[in-house]
Design a protein around this ligand. Structure first.
Ligand SMILES: [Zn+2]
Length: 54
């Protein structure tokens, strides 16, 4: 399962979500701290490297 890192633009809280590829992009991500929907996805270099190897 890939993990996605997000940054809340409202409270600057960083969190990680585990989502399947079908869930990702469909599911509305909300900040677990302040419930804001203004969340931005961060690029995970680690995940990209791992998937390229296998
Ligand atoms: Zn927040």
């Amino acid at each position: 399962m890939p993990t996605y890192e997000y940054l809340c633009q409202a409270c600057k809280y960083e969190f990680t979500l585990i989502q399947s590829f079908s869930e990702h992009g469909k599911a509305k991500v909300t900040c677990p701290k302040c419930k804001s929907k203004k969340v931005k996805q961060l690029v995970s270099i680690f995940t990209a490297k791992t998937s390229r190897k296998s």
